[in-house]
Ligand binder design. Structure first.
Ligand SMILES: NC(=O)c1ccc[n+]([C@@H]2O[C@H](COP(=O)([O-])OP(=O)(O)OC[C@H]3O[C@@H](n4cnc5c(N)ncnc54)[C@H](OP(=O)(O)O)[C@@H]3O)[C@@H](O)[C@H]2O)c1
Length: 276
């Protein structure tokens, strides 16, 4: 299914993006790996290369999600790699660990720049290529936080809800070009997400949460995502914790879920090692 497909993954230097790259390389895909840390991307490339089947290959294409001006050249380079882009996986992102009152507006803007506007800009730039091909698949790593309101993540939840709206609407516009859109909604997955999360002043949180520590193994997560993409699933939930049950519970009993989340305030603060 993925053999000789060109798959562009953002946030490929770490966590979910890295695990996706390793798994896709096993399946004979050509990969384009993007994020800021070129050294880490090269290390992921080396890991993937040990899996490569003869024809597939890997392009490291570093980028900073907030540098919108660089996108046209970046997309040109991605297209020139193999002359097509089959999958764009908008996975790069940052989370948040701070209460609303101590979160500066600049931090909310940072979350929206990286988690919302960057994947929108990249998607808009790649779409003409996919429309010309009359084929393609675009994915966005949203979150359970794109479906539920979680304490200490007001900006992250707002950003992940925003991408759910954008990519759901996009699906309705691009199906006519044979382009699929998948939103991925992970629960807690064991990655560096909480370490790299922003505090109220925009600096790094720097700690691993208990909830992340107890989350799903990242290689398992990649497998579930790839299975979902293989089946052209519009929405791909992935996780092992109670948070996954809240997804469907909210559809049936929203008031109950709001109550549960109120009750979670102190528990989440403790798990996130935050003072309240
Ligand atoms: N882990 C979870 O529990 C969880 C749950 C729900 C959703 N998610 C989502 O999953 C996605 C991947 O996160 P992860 O868990 O794998 O965390 P991670 O290990 O911290 O990886 C985040 C990735 O995003 C990249 N990134 C961050 N800022 C960037 C920027 N300005 N420009 C370009 N790339 C940037 C990082 O690369 P560089 O540092 O090299 O730039 C890194 O590769 C995120 O969108 C996150 O919101 C994660």
């Amino acid at each position: 299914m993925f053999k000789n497909k060109v798959i562009w993954i953002t946030g490929a230097s770490s966590g979910i993006g890295k695990a996706l790259a390793i798994d896709f390389s096993n399946r004979g895909a050509h990969l384009i790996l993007s994020s800021r840390n070129q050294e880490q991307l090269n290390a992921v490339k080396v890991l993937c290369e040990s899996n490569l089947q003869t024809e597939n290959s890997i392009l490291v294409l570093p980028y900073d999600a907030v540098k919108e001006d660089a996108i046209p050249q970046l997309v040109e380079q991605a297209k020139n790699f193999k002359g097509k882009i089959d999958y764009l996986i908008n996975n790069a992102g940052i989370s948040q660990r701070s209460g609303v009152l101590e979160t500066e507006m600049s931090t909310y803007r940072k979350l929206f720049d990286i988690d919302v506007l960057a994947p929108i800009a990249l998607t808009k730039a790649v779409l003409p290529i996919m429309i010309k091909q009359n084929s393609g698949h675009i994915a966005i790593t949203s979150s359970v936080a794109g479906k539920l309101g979680v304490p200490f993540r007001t900006g992250y939840c707002a950003a992940k809800h925003a991408v759910m709206g954008f990519f759901d609407a996009l699906r309705t516009e691009v199906f006519q070009y044979n382009i699929k859109v998948s939103t991925i909604t992970p629960g807690y997955i064991r990655t560096n997400i909480s370490k790299n999360a922003v505090k109220g002043d925009g600096s790094s949180f720097g700690k691993v949460d208990a909830s992340i520590e107890g989350g799903m193994d990242v290689a398992e997560c990649a497998k579930v995502i790839i299975k979902g993409l293989e089946k052209d699933k519009p929405e791909i939930p992935v996780g092992i914790g109670l948070e996954m049950k809240l997804l469907w519970l909210k559809r049936l009993f929203p008031k109950l879920v709001f109550k549960i989340m109120n009750g979670q305030y102190k528990k989440i603060a403790k798990s996130n090692q935050l003072d309240v």
